[in-house]
Ligand binder design. Structure first.
Ligand SMILES: CC(C)(COP(=O)(O)OP(=O)(O)OC[C@H]1O[C@@H](n2cnc3c(N)ncnc32)[C@H](O)[C@@H]1OP(=O)(O)O)[C@@H](O)C(=O)NCCC(=O)NCCS
Length: 271
């Protein structure tokens, strides 16, 4: 019914224009990552600056695939495009767990298709760096990767080495480790985004966050699970503002994971 096709590299500027037009934070590097490591589908009608619609599908290991960038240009909405893009993703990864992080508008599309809410989180804006605690934080070294990837696997439940290493290349000054934790960040269209941040406890998480934000010098955004209540209370106490809610949804069982150690998520487009 719709002329939805695989993206080619030439589509990426207009894909980035679409995410920018709806006020999202992704840059072309994010779209390029989806194109290189996953699949991107687009509807291109040549109108305006941006694509008519998009979706991305990113595998995280053999059992889980992440759907994201489900975007429909305002003049193309309520024609069934988002539903058609979801059907493509479901066909492309049949048998695997499919997960996504839904905006309130997206939830209206995904619920009727069969996606079930798993957990909630919120996008926070943190205006300025907090003072650091007593936890020793240092720059991530190449030799830290096995330990960092093992911590991430335990906290997220599926492997995603290429993603984490791409974040470290994008903002190396904010790639940090502490005993029992690590943090990464990436550039964004509007604001740098911190995440993922994995830590054994709240003081370690707060120290890593403070050090990463100090390294970036300025406001940052981050996605924090609702269950991290003590961490959220500290964000609020230091001037953090909750901007909007998301619902993690899935078809199939989410991988077993120590989610309480995942204080900051990679982001709704990555999991
Ligand atoms: C959310 C979004 C992707 C929906 O795209 P769309 O192509 O308009 O959605 P569809 O036409 O496929 O809608 C399928 C069904 O979802 C529901 N739905 C879609 N948008 C809705 C809305 N704004 N309010 C209530 N229900 C909605 C309806 O049940 C709809 O079926 P119907 O039109 O037959 O009643 C689009 O509004 C958008 O790009 N929003 C901004 C970005 C965003 O939030 N993306 C989701 C990321 S998780």
């Amino acid at each position: 019914m719709f002329d939805i096709r695989a993206a080619v590299p030439e589509d990426l500027p207009r894909a980035a224009a679409l995410s920018a037009a709806v006020g999202w934070n992704q840059v072309q590097a994010d779209w390029a990552f989806f194109q290189e490591h996953g699949q991107v589908r687009v509807l291109e009608d040549g109108a305006g600056d941006a694509l008519a619609a998009s979706a991305a599908l990113l595998p995280h290991g053999p059992d889980l695939a992440w759907i994201s960038m489900v975007l429909v240009r305002p003049d193309q909405r309520r024609r069934g495009l988002a539903r058609a893009l979801l059907r493509w993703a479901m066909d492309a990864r049949s048998g695997l767990t499919l997960a996504l992080d839904a905006t309130p508008a997206g939830r209206e599309v995904y619920g009727p298709i069969g996606f079930v809410p798993v957990s909630g989180f919120a996008r926070w804006l943190l205006p300025e760096a907090r003072t650091q605690g007593a936890v020793a934080v240092r720059p991530m070294q190449a030799t830290d990767w096995p330990d960092v990837l093992a911590q991430d696997l335990a906290a997220f439940g599926a492997p995603r080495a290429a993603l984490l290493q791409s974040f470290a290349r994008r903002l190396p000054q904010a790639a940090l480790v502490a005993p029992g934790g690590f943090v990464l960040a990436r550039d964004g269209l509007r604001t740098p985004q911190i995440g993922p941040l994995v830590a054994q406890d709240t003081p370690t998480a707060l120290a890593l966050l403070a050090a990463a934000q100090a390294a970036l010098a300025g406001p940052i955004v981050l996605d924090v699970p609702d269950e991290a209540m003590a961490f959220c209370a500290e964000l609020a106490a230091s001037g953090g503002v909750k901007q909007r809610p998301f619902t993690r949804m899935a078809i199939g069982a989410m991988p077993a994971a120590q989610t309480r150690n995942n204080f900051v998520l990679a982001g709704p487009e990555f999991g």
